[in-house]
Design a protein around this ligand. Sequence first.
Ligand code: ZN
Length: 62
Amino acid sequence: MVKKVKQKAKGAQGKKIPKRTGTKKCKRCGTARGMISRYHLGICRRCFHDIAEALGFKKYGG
Ligand SMILES: [Zn+2]
């Protein structure tokens, strides 16, 4: 048997999922992971922990 190969139409399934732009990087360490957008600080949660006290945030949990 000979299988007929269907030609894929270009563009039909060539949709690229747009990456989410606007992902800010931590201005402190440069990582884009764990960014805290809640306080609009532009830092990640890790750095947030470091400077939270300096910013006046009280530690909570733990
Ligand atoms: Zn950071």
